[in-house]
Design a protein around this ligand. Structure first.
Ligand code: PMP
Length: 431
């Protein structure tokens, strides 16, 4: 594969953008090499500026669940653009969006639209603190909730990939208010709440972790956290920025039958535009300005073009059978990968929850803790990543990110992926 144009762009980018990128994991720092620059995207494919084509399992890190450049989303955006780009005053699409989210995720009786997942989680913990009058926040090792100060403590995603899970620049006084727990450890959560439960404003969790590879919750774990929060008067916050509308139409809370007090969203609800949201019970959400005193605002929040894209995407994922098809495709992919690894003699396993999956280079039969995820063979992952890329398959460029299935990944695309994987595992085995 020729990458001359990407290389030239990266050289220019490096002199002007920190690390040559606008978001860290894109830079290929942990897998090595240089990123390709995208020219266009369509269905399951990314096309780079040198004319190479890749089957894409990143999907813009989640939003592209219907495939890239879906005509229904594109047409909705084109129509919205004809009416103007931003009003800074209420528009009808915001109301339709609120109606849609509250219908699909009934624990959200009211919502507030924002512009990113980061904004959604920042706002949710401000609300939790404002509503409870308590200041401590509980999060989980390896979970990523955006780059807000309170969350960059033992964080996942790029922070973990780059070895800076606790970022410099976060005031110690603030970091001290963030308590971290090991995910899927029942006793650690019980012990913490026994000790300081009365000081905890909220517990925030990725109900399926997608930022430390992909870690599903153990049976009853989310219910356990729900019970602890209820008993101690802390708010349970599900960060469904990744899982929302992906692991089920109603998100992880629908899949596992656990009702959080607050939920944060991003990615899919923007259909590829910069959108986030947070929602919850009416009495809580009415504490937000201007209904209540807890302040949160946004110049571009509820942007009409972004709402149009998000509404079209939510309509696509609401089609009957959509999630079942993606789940079946995810199983076909992961089963095929496991078989190919076994044939090549590579220690490897997968996790799958709906339309997300994890790839683990380990001989452990099952992986569902952060400690296990970080103990995997990242060097083997990196070799696999590059062997797949060279064969036209783009996986997340880090061993600590979930993979994403889309509605555009049909049987032929999965077969092509598996053909590449059979060769790639042989290359991994060769070392
Ligand atoms: N929460 C989760 C679970 C995420 O995966 C992410 C981003 N990957 C965020 C929050 C932050 O969202 P954004 O990048 O839109 O700020």
């Amino acid at each position: 594969m020729n990458h001359d144009r990407s290389h030239a762009l990266f050289e220019r980018a490096r002199t002007l953008l920190p690390g040559g990128v606008n978001s860290p994991v894109r830079a290929f720092k942990s897998v090595g090499g240089e990123p390709f620059f995208v020219d266009r995207a369509d269905g399951p494919w990314l096309y780079d500026v040198d004319g190479n084509r890749y089957i894409d399992y990143v999907g813009s890190w989640g939003p592209m669940i219907a495939g890239h450049n879906h005509p229904r989303v594109r047409e909705a955006v084109q129509e919205a653009i004809g009416q103007g780009l931003s009003f800074g005053a209420p528009c009808a699409a915001e109301v339709t969006m609120a109606e849609t989210i509250t219908r699909l995720v009934p624990s959200c009786e009211m919502v507030r639209m924002v512009n990113s997942g980061t904004e959604a989680t920042l706002s949710a913990i401000r609300l939790a603190r404002g509503a409870t009058g308590r200041m401590k926040i509980v999060k989980f090792e390896g979970c990523y909730h955006g780059h807000g100060d309170s969350f960059l403590v033992k964080a996942g995603s790029g922070a973990l990939t780059l070895g800076v899970p606790t970022s410099p620049g976060v005031p110690k006084a603030l970091a001290d208010l963030t308590i971290t727990l090991p995910y899927n450890d029942f006793d650690a959560a019980s012990a913490l709440f026994d000790e300081v439960g009365g000081e905890i404003a909220g517990l925030i969790i990725e109900p399926v972790v997608g930022n430390a590879n992909c870690l599903p919750p153990r049976e009853g774990y989310l219910q356990h956290l729900r019970a602890l929060c209820t008993r101690h008067g802390a708010l349970l916050i599900f960060d469904e920025v990744m899982t929302g509308f992906r692991v089920a139409l109603g998100g992880a809370q629908a899949r596992y039958g656990v009702i959080p007090d607050l939920t944060t969203f991003g990615k899919i609800i923007g259909g590829g535009m910069p959108v986030g949201a947070y929602g919850g019970r009416r009495a809580l959400m009415e504490r937000i300005a201007p209904a209540g005193p807890i302040y949160q605002a946004g110049t571009l929040s509820g942007n009409p073009v972004a709402m149009a894209a998000g509404l079209a995407m939510l309509d696509l994922v609401s089609a009957p059978g959509f999630h079942d098809r993606l789940e079946a495709a995810t199983h076909a992919l992961c089963d095929g990968l496991e078989a190919a690894a076994q044939d090549a003699g590579v220690a490897f396993t997968t996790t799958r929850v709906g339309a997300m999956f994890g790839l683990f280079f380990t001989d452990a039969p099952q992986v569902d803790t952060y400690a296990q995820a970080v103990a995997c063979d990242t060097a083997a992952f990196n070799r696999f990543f590059h062997a797949m890329l060279a064969r036209g398959v783009y996986l997340a460029p880090s061993a600590f990110e979930a993979g994403f299935m889309s509605g555009a990944h049909d049987g032929a695309v999965i077969d092509a992926t598996l053909a590449a994987a059979r060769e790639a595992f042989v290359a991994v085995a060769a070392g």
